[in-house]
Design a protein around this ligand. Sequence first.
Ligand code: G1P
Ligand code: ZN
Length: 583
Amino acid sequence: MAAIFQIFRKETSPCEGQKPGTSGLRKKVTVFKQPNYLENFVQATFNALPSDKVKGATLVVSGDGRYFSKDAIQVIIKMAAANGVRRVWVGQNGLLSTPAVSAVIRERVGGDGSKATGAFILTASHNPGGPHEDFGIKYNMENGGPAPEGVTDKIYANTKTIKEYFIADLPDVDISIIGVTSFLGHEGSFDVDVFDSTSDYVKLMKSIFDFNSIQKLLASPKFTFCFDALHGVAGIYAKRIFVEELGADESSLINCTPKEDFGGGHPDPNLTYAKELVARMGLGKGNTQAEPPEFGAAADGDADRNMILGKRFFVTPSDSVAIIAAYAVQTIPYFASGLKGVARSMPTSAALDVVAKHLNLKFFEVPTGWKFFGNLMDAGLCSICGEESFGTGSDHIREKDGIWAVLAWLSILAFKNKDNLNGEKLVTVEDIVCQHWATYGRHYYTRYDYENVDAGAAKELMAYLVNLQASLPDVNNIIKGIRSDVSGVIQADEFEYKDPVDGSISKHQGIRYLFEDGSRLVFRLSGTGSEGATIRLYIEQYEKDSSKIGRDSQEALAPLVEVALKLSKMQEFTGRSAPTVIT
Ligand code: G1P
Ligand code: ZN
């Protein structure tokens, strides 16, 4: 064993703008590389935790492998040692998907019986990576979920008064090799345990799903499959699960080698950014793909988001969670004894509400951001939940889970085709979705994002929309002037949520215009951007008439879109004639 390590106290002063957003602190790499920037945030986090969750504790440190992660991991290891942490668990090469981190916190037991009490996750999720792109860091708690607001507020407060941080003079640890490296400090030893990034997560998935039936589906020559990891960390899990465990052909996987810059792309699984998959599946303009696969899926940089596609067919995330919930008990062994309840974020469509009503399930509508689901799950009130932003998951962990969603869909397909694998034609993703609409009605849905808008202009637009809400007659007059074929607004407000578990209240969670026919317009400012402001506009319309459920969604929503853009004076405020992304 090497010489006893020394702990240094370094003087520092606050860095501006370290307020964690919807999902941790996300900034450009150039910002994170400023002197003391990362160190301040890490020390502020240690200082915000109860001392027994730091001193003598076991912490996980890993992420999606984006640029700057390796440097950050070495810094955090040294600061953990200096702050009295007993051991740090690092996924091999610093890789762990966000859902895998959550699984590791909840499930992994060290050789000496140790359990982790928290994690630093190094990711900016679906934001691009590279020297001039984004980096991010967030802290997850003992339940495996993101730190609640009380903790992130404390971290932020600490960043504003920080005067010192602590760091040990350890050598860099080789995180490419599995094994434990021990160091001796004045207060005892400190271990860095580099472990296999996939095994805990794979074990958990095998305990949830019927791998056998999925294997049979994948073995059918009629079933073709394509998974796109967008060069994010999902690739290492896809290889282990889809290829090694379930027997899919290696050629089913695209972009499954993690890259620090995600191959220069935007690792966000939607119709705009998952270009290669979208083309393969026969979607998108001018696509000439002859025989697209039956099933396609993608995950984002840290593998918590997912997109589900059929042959020439897109499943909206709002429909996806509703359909998974509708089939869960029959198709996923983990849910065999029933669902405790279901939940969605406010802007997510009401497709899940209809299923909940039909199946007589507890139902919750929470603000945007996964952390709100965690409380419900910890209290045993919710089994399955989802967001329109390509997030789907369950109470097996406390993060959304991209690979889980893919396995859930494969389970439904396996179930629907179990007696049909040698039949004429498989039941397709499209068949399943259309059947669902025929039973429950269809929620036409789209989201417009205006990225990197001037922050002042975005605030003005939001303020304008709130002011407008004071008089419904005025709102309805304006709407009549825009389109006479759109129904009237019956309620307009800002969404407010009272957590049924801890009673905490979250205000200003999105501006809503609710229409008489069940249609909705929602406006929110993003809390995950790293520059300027992003305005999100969510548009939804419910159709129960089965003769009208097969329309093109943009066409069906065109009148409401027109109302939304004119009512909000979008172009006037932002100077934008079109959104950056439409999903
Ligand atoms: C976005 C999504 C939200 C999701 C979050 C983290 O947040 O809209 O549903 O939970 O990313 O993945 P936003 O940028 O809208 O604050
Ligand atoms: Zn993500």
